[in-house]
Design a protein around this ligand. Sequence first.
Ligand SMILES: C[S@@+](CC[C@H](N)C(=O)[O-])C[C@H]1O[C@@H](n2cnc3c(N)ncnc32)[C@H](O)[C@@H]1O
Length: 293
Amino acid sequence: MIQYHQPVLIQEIIDLLDPKPGKTYLDATLGNGGHTIGLLQRGAFVYGLDQDRQNLSIAVDRITQANLSNRFYPIYGNFKSLGQHYRQHINLPLGGIIFDLGLSSNQQLGQGKGFSFYDEVSLDMRLNTHQNQTAENIINTYPADKLYQIFTKYAQEKYARPIIQKIIRARQKSPITTASALADIIRQYYQDHHLKTHLDPSTKVFLALRIAVNDELPNLKKALSQTLNVLPSQSIVAVITFNSTEDRLVKSFIRQNQDRLILPFKKPIRPSSAEITVNPLSRSANLRSYRIK
Ligand SMILES: C[S@@+](CC[C@H](N)C(=O)[O-])C[C@H]1O[C@@H](n2cnc3c(N)ncnc32)[C@H](O)[C@@H]1O
């Protein structure tokens, strides 16, 4: 049986968006379709957008198998062009938009994409394989100061400088071409210096690279600002973030536009300990939301 990505904060999303027959939503990060299926099962119509063709097709198959495809419309693309996708495919009043950021579990853990610490095939990290930049290119060609910017700005890696020295020394011998080779370099640094961490030592460097490769922060900024143009009054946006860099961006967008928004709640909603036990990947999730005035 296929192991699908488990949707995070699903009940909280349903309560917030209040899906029902006659209402239409955009799921801007379709993934394996977990949140979309929750909305479809309550009678809503859903447009599902994803920039990863493989995930788009996984979700389409799953929704078809669940006999829910008559109220579902898939869109391939990047949410940075939200307004364009809206005008081209949707053009009717939406009840809301959901962004569930980051990676689905199949992207994160699979071989060949370079996101997993144990990927022995690739150091790619592109969600959309049509774009040019890869993590392999960044790791093997960027000068130390540019790597430092990426590791510290996007993921606050406190051992950025010594890790970069190790990376540069390693790549002078031979190019670093797999995620597992990069993870080994970082792991070795932690071991040599008896550094302890409850997460894998590569977590921050991998996060920073993924954000850089996929231009994640500028894309999110563009998408959020376009929600103000495409959504009618009273419609709602839900954003689930998984790291403090993204969460800060959402928080500051809301603050900058507060005169145009109503906040259903002030503090972000976090998964319960029961959810974290069942789905450890949910542990860093933060749900923020705004309604258009
Ligand atoms: C955490 S997963 C979503 C999981 C989904 N909610 C579910 O329950 O299955 C995030 C998805 O967003 C997609 N994605 C990330 N950035 C994107 C962007 N800028 N535009 C479109 N899709 C994006 C990823 O390819 C991935 O499939």
